[in-house]
Design a protein around this ligand. Sequence first.
Ligand code: THU
Length: 131
Amino acid sequence: MTDKALVELAFTMLERSYVPYSHFPVGAALLCADGTVFTGCNVENAAYGSCICAERTALVKAVSEGHRDDFVRLAVAGRGEDYCWPCGACRQMLYEFAPGLTVLVARGDGDFVSMSLHELLPHGFGPSSLD
Ligand code: THU
């Protein structure tokens, strides 16, 4: 799948976002080595701390379906003027499984940038940090 197609999939997830509090929909699409894609959107909650981001929705869907060490690219998209940068919690959760992940970060006009998770989370704390 091309980067553009993965980003477009992330954009399709904006419609599924449940965002009655922030009114800030985010969509994500996580590509595995075998071509499987897990999508996600943000799902908010009246107890604000219980909200989950789009990227983590996609990640936990993937892990719960048996994927762990085969993530190759993640696209994240929002409707804003700025690129929809992944939050710190999402960077950390992704780092656990795919420190070398490529992350495609899109903004509302469809433009996107490609960055490595190492760039987004330098000197990250991961499983080997516990050795
Ligand atoms: N959000 C995401 O879905 N992903 C991020 O990486 C940043 C923030 C969501 C959480 C919340 O529902 C809304 O955007 C506003 O913070």
